[in-house]
Design a protein around this ligand. Structure first.
Ligand code: UDX
Length: 436
């Protein structure tokens, strides 16, 4: 099939590349000239494991094309994906200006029936708005469908190629056929394509992310209580996760969720409920608890150093909001580092992927190192913020020889308590006893 993807951000580029991989001819459109030039010359603009191989192959085979010209990009396209940013406005609601602008531009350009697909996470009712804006100028028949993405950064290619489910919101039989054909290669294993109306599809995306954010937050609250009653949250996780009604995943307590989706989507759903005069109490709690959770270890660090961090050096392992990404949006690392620096501490940080992005925000307020061990040089404590696999089995002798104090603050429960006891560390983690 011939398809177009408008917007070459994270979602757009993954969508375009993966649909090219299943044999479609895909043209990606973006107004950013520099970005399109880069992509055209074969340089990938996002970090996502495995995507580069698909990107190279499909460019070489002529199935993945790039342009800044919308008319050229959508020419003959049966399906036009809108993968545009929906940043939160000042009041927390998603700002639709980019999507609606493209909808305005699309109307007069459509030459034949096309399915326009909202791929971005957009508030309930957006498909109708997009439809109305295109209809103002369109001379041909078209449908607007909602097809939310459920990609996780770091495993996006796998999530795209083998989705648990595909959700498509449309009441049009014609659009349904087109979307079924497009997704058929991805659901051969029998995972469902679930059809529903546009509003329900839009709501499904928010419900999924808000539920997962709530699940994590619930465990974080259990963890906070575990610390008080002397229980171990990791045991609780195993104890409840084996109940298939609860499920094993997304039960890891830590210093809060971050990223580009959960914080934004929880906030946007809360805003929607406000607009409809519904008091969505859980969401309010989730947002509040997560905000506190992000800096949960700071009082413990401060207390350990008798409330005086001036001149102390803290080694920070991990800056990205989670492993396998260079994304630092809403990353707990940023808030923690800012507070440490404000309290007079020196920070030496290491992250395998995210340091360049942090440099752009924090500049030379902290020291960036080439390895986790270099971060420990002259440090008074180690603070683990992101659970990159390389931090899981470190050379403990090297750590203790470099650290001034054998103390670790672990925001992701990377180590076992027994292990820390045997190695003689003072060890603070989340929802577990302190090893002193
Ligand atoms: C999420 C959704 O999973 C995905 O379906 C949606 O399309 C986009 O948002 P992503 O933001 O890439 O994906 O990250 P995800 O792997 O879901 O993790 C989100 C956050 O939750 C991270 O900060 C992670 O550290 C945190 N998390 C996750 C926990 O704290 N505990 C867990 O058990 C799981």
């Amino acid at each position: 099939m011939k398809i177009a993807v408008v917007g070459t951000g994270y979602v757009g580029l993954v969508t375009g590349t993966c649909f090219a991989e299943t044999g479609n001819r895909v043209t990606c459109v973006d107004i950013d000239v520099t970005k399109i030039e880069k992509l055209k010359s074969g340089v990938i603009t996002i970090y996502e494991p495995g995507l580069d191989v698909l990107f190279d192959r499909n460019i070489k085979e002529g199935r993945l094309l790039f342009t800044t010209n919308l008319a050229e990009g959508i020419k003959d396209a049966e399906v036009i994906f809108l993968a545009l940013p929906t940043p939160p406005g000042e009041d927390g609601s998603a700002d639709l200006k980019y999507i609606l602008k493209v909808a305005d531009d699309l109307g007069p350009l459509l030459a034949d029936y096309a399915v326009i697909v909202d791929k971005s996470t957009v508030p309930v009712g957006t498909a109708e708005k997009v439809h109305a804006r295109i209809a103002k100028n369109a001379k041909v028949e078209f449908d607007v469908v909602s097809n939310p993405e459920f990609l996780r950064e770091g495993v996006a290619v796998e999530d795209f190629m083998k989705p648990d489910r595909v959700v498509i919101g449309t009441n049009s039989e014609k659009a349904r056929k087109v979307m079924n054909k497009l997704y058929a290669p991805l659901v051969r294993q029998g995972n469902p394509v679930i059809f529903m109306d546009e509003r329900s599809a839009e709501m499904t995306k928010y419900a999924a992310n808000a539920f997962l954010a709530t699940k994590i937050t619930f465990m974080n609250e259990i963890a906070n209580l575990c610390e008080k009653v002397g229980a171990n949250v990791d045991d609780i996780r195993r104890g409840i996760g084996t109940d298939s009604r609860i499920g094993k995943r997304f039960l890891f307590a830590g210093i809060g969720y971050g990223g580009s989706c959960f914080p934004k989507d929880v906030q946007a759903l809360h805003k929607t409920s406000e607009e409809y005069a519904y008091d969505f109490k859980i969401l309010e709690a989730v947002m509040g608890v997560n905000e506190n959770q992000k800096t949960k270890l700071l009082p413990k660090i401060k207390q350990y150093f008798n409330h005086d961090l001036s001149g102390k050096t803290i080694a920070v392992w991990g800056l990205a909001f989670k492993p396998y990404t260079d994304d630092i949006r809403e990353a707990p690392a940023l808030e923690n580092i800012k507070e440490l620096v404000a309290a007079g501490a020196n920070v030496r940080a290491y992250d395998p992927e995210a340091m360049e992005n942090v440099k752009r925000i924090l500049g030379d307020q902290i020291v960036y190192t080439n390895s986790p061990y270099e971060a420990l040089e002259g440090a008074d404590a180690l603070f683990i913020v992101t659970e990159w696999p390389e931090f899981r089995s470190p050379e403990f002798e090297r750590i203790s020889s470099l650290l001034k104090n054998k103390v670790i603050f672990d925001g992701r429960n990377v180590f076992e308590l027994d292990q820390m006891r045997e190695l003689g560390y003072t060890y603070y983690s989340i929802g577990r006893d302190v090893v002193a």
